[in-house]
Design a protein. Structure first.
Length: 257
């Protein structure tokens, strides 16, 4: 039976870079994102360049009914998914009370609920298959409170702790669980000029290459970049009030103006 790696949020940025890095290693792919036209062109290009099979599914993971339908299709299908990459994510910047509630709800639906449902559904399928691998994408923001992107940071803290707990639970089933916590990643769709200067941002390709190599070593916590690893550890050395003050000052400086 043909095996596939399924990647959510695969139409741009880090999700696309991870898809290319896996295709380069000969992995067949199932790409999931909202934009069908982008997925079709990406699937064609990856197939032509690397000779792998690339399937696609246009699905808004923030809509529970559409996600349920997608999971039902996977359950009834005969494709074996042995790697799940939960890369889809939503972020907002700014004062929490100034945000539209719908945007904050979307963060919770996609970053938390959809990710957890996919882990549950595909984790059960992997257990039946005798094993597999799950990569959940969190963020450097997961390590401290995140004023001015409070819901996003909290959602990524959930992903970090959920993934580490799941790793311990699923060891006996043969399922390996890793969590990726990148710092700011350069992206033409989410450009933040104040972060794009110098070496503050890694490219999606750099992060993807580091991540794929770490997955091959079954690393539990993946933090690309020495500076980012230092930043992830720094909240342990600070009092809680100072950590949130510093995080708030940094995040506020990056808010769109």
């Amino acid at each position: 039976m043909t095996r596939y790696a399924m990647i959510t949020g695969a139409s741009s940025g880090l999700g696309l870079a991870l898809a290319e890095a896996l295709a380069r290693r000969g992995r067949n792919l199932i790409l999931v994102a909202r934009q069908r036209d982008l997925l079709e062109s990406i699937a064609l290009e990856l197939t032509q360049r690397f000779g792998v099979e690339v399937l696609l599914r246009a699905c808004d993971l923030g809509e529970p009914l559409r996600l349920s339908g997608f999971l039902l299709e996977l359950e009834e299908g005969d494709r074996q998914i042995d790697l799940l990459v939960n890369c889809a994510g939503i972020r907002t910047y700014g004062h929490f009370l100034a945000q539209e509630w719908g945007d904050e709800q979307d963060i919770i639906e996609v970053n938390i609920l959809a990710l957890t449902r996919l882990c549950h559904a595909l984790g059960n399928a992997m257990a039946v298959q005798g094993g597999g691998q799950i990569l959940n994408v969190a963020s450097l923001a997961a390590f401290a409170p995140g004023p001015w992107m409070t819901t996003y940071a909290a959602s990524k803290a959930y992903v970090l702790h959920f993934s580490e707990g799941l790793r311990e639970e699923l060891k006996q089933t043969g399922i390996k669980v890793s969590v990726l916590c990148p710092g700011p990643v350069r992206s033409p769709l989410r450009r933040i000029p104040r972060l794009d200067n110098g070496n503050r941002c890694m490219s999606p390709e750099e992060v993807a290459l580091y991540t794929v190599r770490a997955l091959e070593k079954n690393r539990a916590l993946i933090i690309p970049g020495r500076r980012n690893r230092w930043l992830a550890a720094s909240p342990r050395w600070l009092s809680r009030w100072l950590a949130r003050k510093l995080a708030g000052a940094i995040n506020r400086a990056y808010c769109p103006r």
